[in-house]
Design a protein around this ligand. Structure first.
Ligand SMILES: Cc1cc2nc3c(=O)[nH]c(=O)nc-3n(C[C@H](O)[C@H](O)[C@H](O)COP(=O)(O)OP(=O)(O)OC[C@H]3O[C@@H](n4cnc5c(N)ncnc54)[C@H](O)[C@@H]3O)c2cc1C
Length: 423
């Protein structure tokens, strides 16, 4: 007999959302989340910017996962269940000639559908005080910066308070009767024969096996089903079993720059009849998040080649100085001499094939990982799909009654259509 019907390993946003939908749709089952941190949501979820994107995905899967989740969160706010501080500041995607050429057709579709508008370089410099012309600037050329030809502004995007989303699902879990075990690390998943024979060295290769439970502090917690939602750490639990989860940990860093003087003016600048400064994504991986309530900008730069895989989450002050600051001050000279007052780093559980989550079963186990850089904005949908996948359903019903074929995010029959608009 299992001690617990469903054990969810990992109390990040995906483990919590999964546990909540499993418990709320199967009230008769006991569901326990085991999290090694002192509280839930302290892993990579806590490192997130909380950015959300609506209206500017080309892939059906991205659109459905993110937009049903965001709509769900909006309605949770509107109903008074929670306050997530959703700030619809919009995403502004800066396009140089190259980027514009690559996404031209997609941009035209967004414009036609009224999901975004195109801003001219003149508007960008006049209203958002950005530098768009690097003609004759040798340093900018050395850095590979080219003139900004346009800015695509999508008004329905923004950012929210991630810890409030965590608290929402934590509260829902507790109210639904999910047990949370905190400060306990699952050392391994226990593989056992389905029908033990009591012979040495079981399970033998010819025996049918199941994941009988998890090992914590040397003790076995027996479970009917196990959900592995350990984000970037998932290979630690699955590699020993010979199960590939197709994700690698990639470090991502954020730097906080206090907004004083000229920078404060920029932070509190309004445009287009009173809009606050948008989140800005530049062609070379640099992005800027204006945080008026923190009197600061959060800045980051996504690096790929040369950034090895690994679970290291130590922020590197030199990364700001060497890599982030030089292009930042070119686009926004207001950042001249601005240093990072604080910083942190986390890891994406990165699925390099299509950047979308992996939700697949093996034996009596479900794996929920690979949300890459967009797990928070897709969390509600992922939780619902996890429940459906765990119980062998063909479809998950997402927020608003949207039917989603579970196998799309699996391994064997995976069908994630290409995203043409990658930031
Ligand atoms: C710098 C940064 C910025 C980001 N910005 C955004 C953004 O703007 N928008 C967005 O949508 N997403 C963003 N993301 C991505 C988002 O944070 C992730 O996709 C999401 O948090 C993944 O959730 P998770 O539950 O899979 O992982 P996690 O939150 O990492 O949860 C996994 C949990 O498992 C626990 N765990 C691991 N191993 C064990 C074990 N053996 N036993 C028990 N517990 C264990 C960990 O402690 C952790 O709490 C960002 C990520 C980073 C790093």
């Amino acid at each position: 007999m299992p001690d617990i019907d469903v054990v969810v390993v990992g109390g990040g946003i995906l483990g919590l959302a999964s546990a909540y939908y499993i418990k709320s749709l199967h009230r008769e089952l006991s569901v326990t989340v085991i999290e090694r941190g002192r509280d839930v949501g302290q892993g990579n979820t806590a490192k997130s910017v909380g950015g959300y994107r609506q209206g500017i995905f080309t892939s059906y899967v991205n659109r459905v996962l993110a937009e049903t989740t965001i709509q769900h969160l909006r309605e949770a706010e509107a109903s008074g269940e929670t306050s997530l501080n959703m700030r619809e500041v919009g995403y502004l995607i800066l396009l140089d000639e190259n980027r514009l050429k690559n996404v031209k057709t997609v941009v035209e579709t967004f414009l036609k559908e009224g999901k975004a508008v195109l801003l001219s370089p003149e508007t960008l410099s006049k209203t958002l005080h950005m530098r768009t012309d690097f003609t004759g600037d040798e340093e900018a050329m050395l850095m590979g910066l080219s003139n900004i030809k346009a800015g695509l502004f999508a008004p329905r995007c923004g950012f929210l308070d991630v810890e409030k989303v965590v608290n929402l699902y934590k509260k829902r879990c507790i109210e639904a009767g999910v047990e949370l075990i905190l400060g306990k690390r699952v050392e391994k998943l226990l593989l056992e024969p389905e029908n033990p024979l009591g012979i040495p060295r079981e399970p033998r290769a010819w025996q049918k096996v199941r994941v009988a439970g998890v090992v914590v502090d040397g003790e076995v917690i027996r479970a009917g089903k196990v959900v592995v939602a350990t984000g970037s750490w998932t290979p630690q639990l699955l590699d020993p079993l010979g199960v590939d989860c197709f994700v690698k940990a990639k470090k991502r860093q954020l730097f906080v720059v206090s907004a004083e003087g000229e920078l404060h003016k920029l932070l509190t600048n309004t445009w287009d009849g009173g809009r606050p400064m948008p989140m800005m994504f530049f062609p070379n991986g640099l992005y800027i998040v204006p945080r008026i309530s923190d009197k600061a900008f959060w800045v980051s730069l996504t690096d790929e080649f040369g950034r090895g895989f690994g679970l290291d989450d130590e922020p590197e002050p030199s990364y700001y100085i060497d890599n982030v600051y030089p292009p930042l001050v070119k686009y926004y000279p207001q950042f001249l001499n601005a240093r990072a007052s604080s910083m942190w780093a986390g890891t994406y559980s990165m699925n390099y094939l299509d950047g979308n989550p992996l939700i697949f079963r093996f034996l009596n186990c479900l794996v929920v990982t690979g949300a890459s850089g967009s797990g928070v904005m897709k969390s509600d949908a992922i939780g619902r799909i996890a429940e459906a996948a765990l119980f062998g359903k063909e479809y998950a019903i997402l927020h608003g009654g949207v039917k989603f074929e579970v196998s799309r995010l699996g391994v064997e029959n995976r069908r994630v259509d290409k995203e043409y608009f990658i930031l």
